[in-house]
Design a protein around this ligand. Structure first.
Ligand code: ATP
Length: 416
């Protein structure tokens, strides 16, 4: 079995610097807790990741007692930046690129499905019992005086067997975000969802448990999925378990490619996911997710881009492509590219790599000097100059001056 000594002295991925940093911080937390007569534990994701041989990105610490006090002293000692989340009784200390989350060990009760829990102080067993899956419900006591693992739910056995298992039958009902979390972890680690857990998940979905979730919480879990190294795997798993259709009937992952060649921004994954939705379905999804403006824009623009696809594929001039794509959210355009390479995608690719940034060589003040009046005509002339440059009709400042002079003499040409 893996021990805290391993955790603090070896780097599973050879990332020695990170591991040294983790060790120093864990030593510091242990000392502060000890001096205050408190017990501190490394918990959850970092314990799981270390047992898997991965160096965790962040450190999660549970303190039996006042975690705020430990957080304040830790921040002072390591000169980290302290943020206190009063509402949740948690604190984060950021030191360089490392975030250390500290929470007071607590017990939770769920007043109604999908609602936020009522929280009160508890012991480490209470704190582990409120967690989502057995593999996330392990703790390592600090300091590293002995090689212990607090594992009341047999998480290490599930880690070895490759299983995602909830701690109790009411888990998905208490917190339906765990439905999305289950597929995310299963896909990330290549684990199976344990049979009873899968049944419980199916029952929770049949009982429409997801509809009890607020848009914000649902969106937050989706966002975490988009941040995964390979979001297609959890999205397809979510589709197989009919989770996507429970969010919105038109939502599916069947159109997504099996693998992508290059890293993709999270919001481009949103665009890829909503590709099959029309404008109306997109609006309903935005409402369900309480989408902030950037999400709503990506969803709406994706429907527009899909609707423009035939025209894009037929476009023979760069300016035609620009008139279809100018103003679209870049993430929506990138999302369209995830779906493969058709004629429309070829045009989008050229637009993103070059055409969007093409501007006329002449500026407003150049045109004023040539006699173009300020006002709508100026705008129209600049647009025409851009169009001409995009379509290869002008190649120099002189060409543009020549065109502008022609238009000053025959302004009706710029009427569009
Ligand atoms: P990641 O999952 O991205 O690797 P992590 O395991 O640290 O990181 P977080 O979502 O940051 O996961 O949550 C930290 C810990 O809090 C988890 O390991 C889990 O024990 C617990 N947790 C998080 N969300 C829930 C939830 N919805 N229900 C119960 N426990 C949760």
């Amino acid at each position: 079995m893996l021990t805290l000594t391993d955790l603090t002295t070896t780097g599973g991925d050879g990332n020695g610097k990170t591991v040294d940093g983790h060790r120093l911080i864990l030593d510091c937390v242990a000392r502060i807790a000890e001096e205050s007569g408190l017990k501190a534990y490394l918990v959850g994701g970092p314990v799981r990741d270390r047992l898997l041989g991965v160096v965790a990105a962040d450190l999660d610490i549970t303190v039996v007692g006042d975690a705020m006090m430990v957080a304040e002293r830790l921040a002072a000692e390591i000169q980290g930046r302290l943020t206190v989340h009063q509402r949740f009784g948690t604190a984060t200390v950021v030191a360089g690129s490392l975030a250390i989350d500290l929470v007071t060990a607590r017990r939770e009760a769920y007043p109604s499905p999908g609602a936020l829990p009522i929280v009160e102080p508890g012991g480490i067993a209470d704190d582990l019992a409120r967690r989502d899956f057995t593999i996330n419900a392990m703790a390592m006591p600090l300091p590293a005086v002995s090689d212990q693992l607090v594992d009341p739910h047999d998480g290490s056995a599930d880690l070895t067997a490759g299983l995602i298992r909830v701690l109790h039958d009411g888990s998905f009902r208490d917190d339906p975000t765990r439905i999305l979390r289950a597929v995310r972890y299963a896909a990330r680690f290549g684990f199976a969802i344990e049979r009873e857990t899968a049944d419980l998940m199916g029952n929770a979905l049949s009982a429409r448990t997801l509809s009890a979730l607020s848009g914000d919480r649902l969106r937050h879990e989706l966002e975490r999925t988009f941040h995964e190294r390979d979001p297609v795997a959890p999205l397809q798993l979510a589709d197989n378990h009919e989770i996507l259709s429970a969010i919105h009937p038109a939502l599916t992952a069947r159109h997504l490619p099996a693998a992508t060649r290059e890293p993709v921004a999270p919001l481009a994954w949103l665009a890829a996911l909503v590709w099959p939705l029309d404008a109306e379905e997109g609006e309903a999804l935005s409402a369900r997710l309480n989408a902030p403006s950037d999400w709503a824009r990506v969803i709406a623009d994706t429907a527009r881009i899909r609707r423009s696809s035939p025209a894009l594929g037929d476009a023979s001039k760069p300016s035609e492509v620009c008139s279809l794509l100018d103003g679209m959210a870049p993430a929506a355009l990138r999302g369209a590219l995830i779906m493969g390479r058709g004629p429309a995608q070829e045009r989008i690719s050229s637009y993103l790599s070059h055409w969007w940034s093409v501007a006329p060589r002449l500026r407003g003040h150049d045109l004023l000097a040539l006699g173009v009046p300020a006002g709508p005509e100026m705008g129209a002339t600049l647009r025409e100059l851009r169009r001409a440059r995009l379509d290869g009709e002008t190649h120099s400042v002189q060409d543009e001056q020549e065109l502008a002079r022609q238009w000053v003499q025959a302004p009706d040409k710029t009427a569009n």
